[in-house]
Design a protein around this ligand. Structure first.
Ligand code: ITT
Length: 221
């Protein structure tokens, strides 16, 4: 799967042929996430590269208690490994009736042997007997940007909604088939990439990160 649908073949160059754009490392191993982030970063004056392209296979232990802590852990660790300005995303689904779970444990909810479909089945099973009013859920996405050795910045976006009665749709990833955003009849997995970006937690967080990156400027330093 190529997460870059919009990346130009070559980075912008100066008259003497050197690369003008600063490199930005997109630090996620999650392809669905990577695709949304890459699309949202298109057009900025940065040369966006992935962990795979940098030959980085390491995963970072997400020991933080909050999305912010984990996003910073990932951005800082991958910035130190790569020597590059780095963007990381920590995100998840909070269900109020389950005390905020899966929350920061969203990626491994139910144990490491489950895939996305099995996690969705488990989640719906746990809320099966709840009345509609208690099926409220919220996606949270936090993006951290860090330079090697620098102080990271973070941006948060949320998307309110409810849990569907059964999974629907094949777009997106993770919990998208069981989440109905407020004001929608469709699940997040029934929205196009563009529709999801316009209302999602990640879309809102990346819009702030984009503005920060644009203001900072990505020219050669
Ligand atoms: P990286 O740490 O490598 O980025 P990860 O999948 O482990 O990948 P997280 O720790 O942030 O990332 O876990 C996020 C999980 O939350 C993800 O695996 C999904 O299960 C869920 N999630 C986050 N954003 C989502 C979205 O937009 N749609 C559906 N599920 C989402």
């Amino acid at each position: 799967m190529n997460i870059f649908e919009h990346r130009p073949e070559t980075a912008p160059t100066t008259d003497d042929g050197s690369t003008r754009a600063e490199t930005l490392l997109l630090a996620t191993h999650n392809l669905g996430k990577g695709r949304e982030l890459a699309q949202a970063l298109a057009g900025l004056p940065y040369r966006v590269v992935t962990l795979a392209e940098q030959g980085i296979r390491a995963t970072i232990e997400e020991v933080g208690a909050t999305f912010e802590e984990n996003a910073i852990l990932k951005a800082s660790a991958y910035a130190a490994m790569s020597g590059l300005l780095t963007l990381a995303d920590d995100s998840g689904l909070e269900v109020a009736a389950l005390g905020g779970e899966p929350g920061v444990h969203s990626a491994r909810y139910g144990g490491p042997s489950l895939d996305d479909a099995a996690r969705n089945t488990l989640l719906l099973e746990r809320v099966r007997d709840l009345p509609p009013a208690q099926r409220a859920a919220r996606f949270v996405g936090v993006i951290a940007l860090a330079e090697p050795g620098g102080k990271p910045v973070v941006f948060r976006g949320t998307c309110e909604g409810t849990l569907a009665l059964a999974p629907r749709g094949t777009n997106g990833f993770g919990y998208d088939p069981v989440f109905i955003p407020q004001g929608e009849q469709r699940t997040m997995a029934e929205l196009s990439l563009e529709e999801k970006a316009a209302l999602s937690h990640r879309g809102k967080a990346i819009a702030q990160a984009r503005a920060w990156l644009a203001a900072r400027g990505g020219g050669q330093r």
